[in-house]
Design a binder for this molecule. Structure first.
Ligand code: C2E
Ligand code: MG
Ligand code: MG
Ligand code: MG
Length: 277
């Protein structure tokens, strides 16, 4: 009942008049309807190699709220995690991304693309996670080597053995793992080196301040060396300028994602962008 009231409040007051608690309750309530109402959409952001070739994309979810318009994931993913709604939402994201990958595989200009999908901690922790991913891959009929799962250091809160076991099963099927937002978490390097990862993803906060903060420049360089030392690939997110790209290339990072190349795009625009390259 309280939640229904929250939903009604939405209709009579504008955002500025709502308390944070009411906004949160309304958001939480709306989120429950958002999956059956098909209010989500995936955007795709290109990933680029040293020669400017488009190698793949990252799928990024957006919520097209009927009243609020486009709600960015930073505003609702944590609510979805706390309420458990991330499980059905995460499943939809994975299914939609894999169905898209299957369509690209049929088009000569797009068939080479890999697709990175963000996986939340709660989704990864679910006991059926591995089976679910394998079932989705099978159903879509995609090449598992084209699928990359982005996880964050926060999964290491769990039993490391369990995490390794799960990752190993998927890796043996060809699925890749990238460690997103690397450098912003608290994981110890000794745990990190045990995870069967394929890639480290340098967080955009380090890339952003590479010329204004010597610490961030040092961290970015260190992540690249660490990746090389652990025989992992490395990609930088949030690359907005040529100067940032050059800095990263000088440090030994040759894979990039960011506004310099393209913003995340709806699928039709993404495909057009790819075909124009
Ligand atoms: P992330 O996975 O680290 O994604 C990178 C974020 O950086 C995206 O924000 C992207 O739009 C943004 N970005 C890309 N290039 C640039 C750039 O050059 N400059 C700047 N300033 N930003 C750039 P977005 O799409 O708002 O997503 C935010 C976060 O929400 C993601 O961070 C991820 O943690 C989460 N998220 C997004 N989609 C999903 C999803 O499908 N599932 C889950 N579980 N989480 C998701
Ligand atoms: Mg990501
Ligand atoms: Mg990231
Ligand atoms: Mg992030």
């Amino acid at each position: 009942k309280a939640k229904e009231a929250g939903r009604n409040v939405m209709r009579f007051f504008d955002l500025g008049m709502q308390s944070a608690v009411t906004v949160r309750a309304a958001l939480e309530n709306d989120l429950r309807y958002s999956i059956p109402n098909h209010e989500f959409i995936l955007y795709y952001q290109p990933q680029v190699d040293r020669d400017g070739r488009m190698t793949g994309a990252e799928a990024l979810v957006r919520w097209l709220h009927p009243q609020r318009g486009m709600v960015p994931p930073d505003e609702f993913i944590h609510v979805a995690e706390e309420t458990g709604l991330i499980l059905p939402l995460g499943k939809w994201i994975l299914e939609t991304a894999c169905a898209q990958l299957a369509l690209w595989a049929k088009q000569p200009e797009l068939a080479h693309l890999t697709l990175a999908v963000n996986i939340s901690v709660r989704q990864f922790q679910h006991e059926d996670f591995v089976e679910q991913v394998l079932a989705v891959i099978d159903q879509a009929g995609i090449d598992p080597n084209k699928l990359k799962l982005e996880i964050t250091e926060s999964i290491i809160l769990d039993n490391v053995e369990d995490i390794i076991t799960k990752m190993d099963v998927l890796k043996n099927h060809g699925v890749g793992f990238s460690l997103d937002d690397f450098g912003t978490g608290y994981s110890s390097l000794s745990y990190l080196k045990r995870l069967p990862l394929d890639q480290l993803k340098i967080d955009k906060s380090f890339v952003r301040d590479v010329f204004t903060d010597t610490n961030d420049a040092a961290i970015a360089r260190t992540i690249v060396s660490l990746a090389h030392g652990l025989e992992l690939s490395v990609i930088a997110e949030g690359v907005e300028t040529n100067a940032q790209q050059n800095f990263l290339a000088n440090a030994g990072c040759f894979s990039y994602q960011g506004y310099l190349f393209s913003r995340p795009l709806p699928v039709a625009e993404f495909e057009l962008f790819m075909k124009q390259q």
